[in-house]
Design a protein around this ligand. Structure first.
Ligand code: F0G
Length: 449
């Protein structure tokens, strides 16, 4: 038998350590790379979870009222045995998010079908909840009183909420003036100690890394490998929703590049355990102003990455020096996917189109649709292929962006050049109308309704 179900393996030099031995910044002391969680018991055929039994068990749990079963993360707990005692799990009933079809967008792209896995439908409105329930539960089990993160907004919202549920204190570092108000308001609402620093996300990470080395504060950025264990579960949900098949292609936004890594891990583990027979191509899309991995793929096939100074209105992914780039590069290479970047206008248009499907998303999520259009245009994705876009955040996260787009004040003329027609057709500005039925009916007449 194994002393513990899980251990950590350095992705750089392969060194293995017990989870309790990890340094506070989750960097390998030997080579400086990041860890991933592995489960030694799975190497032993007799100790491995049985694929058929798991499918039934997970399905059954959907009808259970037990708090852990109602979580779309802990429902799959056999694949993330990261706690000694599952009673330590802190859950807000995250996960179990919808897989929507997008018929209008599919039709306009000439595709048979297109799907969106909407992680914005999580309790705090982003995919971060799935990772936070996992890693914050570990923090609680380890006895930490304080947890912390540097964030472009969503991680801090999720961390603050889960910490509050667990009765832990939380410290948030955010780049001043560079995150959406909705997200900042969440950190305040859930009671975090929130510090706005006069730097960017990458600068906040540097400050926090020094703090956690000195103070007993548990780091909940995505360098924490337990975050990724929760964030791999949407891969399980996608496979389950497709009757244990997988799409041809999964397209994910890229910021700090942990999420793409986590989903890749989820699919690989399912294949290893015989739950699925192949993994989808996983492609990562970045904003053109925050594109270090896209550049890396263009210049060296993902072998080397140079940080950039990040600039995009999709503030969630305004990251110039992504911590998990090596993990993400491996997932892209091994799955046969691609890494591209898309412009501000392409993001804004894609976001409006997702809105017009009745789904909505925050700008960072919309890079997936903008990227898909490029992949279709150059033939890398075929129109007959099944594609899932991973929408990472709810449209209400950044209402200012949406309003600016529909008012026509979001993009500068040079950014919109060549897209003016498309934008005009999508803009749905709120009109000022006299408070009479005639005036309102006149609006309908004007637009030909
Ligand atoms: N989409 C949204 C809405 C995000 O908030 C983030 C990251 C990403 C995509 C990119 O995911 O970093 O795993 O590649 N937000 C982080 C935060 C950095 O602090 O909330 P990634």
């Amino acid at each position: 038998m194994y002393e513990q179900a899980h251990q950590l393996r350095c992705c750089g030099c392969g060194a293995r350590i017990k989870a309790q031995e990890a340094s506070p910044d989750f960097r390998c002391p030997g080579c400086g790379d990041l860890y991933e969680v592995e489960y030694p018991g799975w190497n032993d055929k007799n100790d491995r979870p049985n694929a058929g039994a798991l499918r039934w068990l997970w399905r059954d749990r959907r009808f259970s009222n037990e708090p852990l079963d109602r979580s779309g993360v802990w429902r799959f707990r056999e694949l993330l045995p990261i706690l000694d005692d599952f009673n330590h799990a802190v859950t807000l009933f995250e996960g179990n998010t919808p897989l929507y079809s997008m018929p209008r967008i599919a039709k306009s792209l000439g595709m048979d079908a297109l799907f969106a896995k909407h992680q914005g439908m999580n309790p705090t409105g982003s995919f971060k909840d799935t990772g936070m329930t996992a890693a914050l539960s570990v923090a609680r089990e380890l006895g930490f009183k304080w947890v912390s993160c540097a964030s472009t907004g969503n991680t801090s919202a999720a961390m603050a909420a889960y910490a509050a549920r667990a009765g832990l204190r939380s410290l948030v570092l955010i780049p001043q003036g560079k995150i959406a108000w909705g997200k900042l308001s969440q950190a305040m609402d859930y009671g975090a100690v929130t510090c706005q620093l006069a730097t960017d996300f990458d600068g906040c990470v540097q400050v926090l890394t020094r703090i956690v080395r000195e103070a007993p504060i548990y780091l909940l950025n995505s360098v924490n490998p337990f975050r990724l264990e929760g964030q791999k579960t949407p891969a399980l949900e996608i496979a389950e929703a497709m009757d244990w098949n997988v799409p041809d292609h999964l397209i994910v936004p890229g910021g700090n590049l942990a999420n793409s890594s986590a989903l890749g891990k989820g699919f690989s583990e399912m294949r290893e355990l015989g739950l699925i027979t192949r993994i989808p191509r996983i492609s990562v899309i970045q904003a053109a102003g925050a594109n270090p991995l896209a550049k890396s793929f263009a210049e060296s096939g993902g072998a080397l990455m140079n940080p950039v100074v990040a600039q995009t209105r999709a503030t969630a992914i305004r990251i110039g020096n992504p911590a998990s780039w090596r993990k993400a590069a491996r997932v892209i290479q091994e799955s046969g996917g691609w890494c591209l970047d898309v412009t501000e206008a392409e993001i804004a248009i894609a976001k409006a189109e997702i809105g017009a499907e009745g789904l909505g998303s925050e700008p960072a999520s919309a890079v997936t649709l903008a990227g898909l259009k490029k992949l279709l245009a150059d033939g890398r994705v075929k129109k007959s292929e099944s594609v899932v876009l991973l929408l990472t955040g709810h449209t209400l996260k950044d209402a200012d962006y949406t309003i600016d787009f529909h008012r026509g004040t979001l993009l500068k003329a040079e950014e919109a050049r060549g897209h003016e027609q498309e934008i005009k057709l999508l803009e749905k500005n709120a009109r000022e109308v006299d408070a009479t039925p005639a005036a309102v009916l006149n609006v309908l007449k004007e637009i030909g309704g």
